[in-house]
Design a protein around this ligand. Sequence first.
Ligand code: NAP
Length: 273
Amino acid sequence: MTPGLAVIIVGEDPASRIYVRNKIRAAEDVGVISRLFEFPSEAPPESVLGLIDSLNDNPLIHGILVQLPLPPQFNIYSVLHRILPAKDVDGFHLYNVGGLVVGERVFSPCTPYGVMKLLEHEGISVAGQNVVVVGASNIVGKPMALMVMREDATVSVCHAKTRDLAQFTILADILVVAAGVPGLIVQQMVKSGAVVIDVGINRLASGQIVGDVDFESVRQKAAYITPVPGGVGPMTVTMLIANTIQSTEHKADLIDWDAGSISGPMRSLYSHA
Ligand code: NAP
């Protein structure tokens, strides 16, 4: 069974277009068939919801991704929750979010999942470590905190209203920064020998892309540091592809298991029936 990924984009946001292009290119590189569905920014939500319904029912599509942000006429959650959890390769459906909390996940959100894989690849264990996550969004900060907590880290989550951010960051053995504020983390906020993961992607007025960490100063103190661009960005795309392949294999397993039809506890995740 060839993995199939559907990517939906609404509007003309230039950064979103670049992200979508990168995802489609990465899919094609590894033989995942991708289908791009484009809508104008004034598209009625019903048209996107109707497409999601038909993709949910399409057996050739194993992953559905809606590129965020969406234009203001959309309720993001009603769109994300319309995707069947078993095809929710971005891991944003309530079912997958709940699974992350209780440890029964189907798909993990791609960016924090990519950070976990990056740490694993470098042989950096999070168990017993002080992990500080700067940023508490639903797509990065919160799932990141849950993932490291599940791996037995001691976790602090900071956000825009955190008083004296440095008093938290200086304690971090592993510092994950996802605030969207260029230069937020400077050398004196980081402990010597810390692992620093920069999730931020910010475009400066000059056009330069930078993270949230002052890379040149912090690299002199950190044991590990991820660059921007590079680092976490490509990992996010990679985990999207991994989730799509996992979805395909899981569906194939279920079909084999029941001589041709999907059944068992996952059935309701694959079908509205
Ligand atoms: P978001 O939804 O805007 O959330 C930003 C979070 O950072 C919020 O929790 C906010 O706090 C917090 N924050 C803002 N300013 C802060 C400050 N000065 N000090 C401490 N915390 C602060 O953003 P997001 O979607 O999570 O994305 C965060 C960054 O990661 C962006 O640069 C984005 O482009 C990047 N990103 C990268 C990837 C990748 O693949 N590398 C993927 C997704 C996002 P409040 O909750 O109090 O508002």
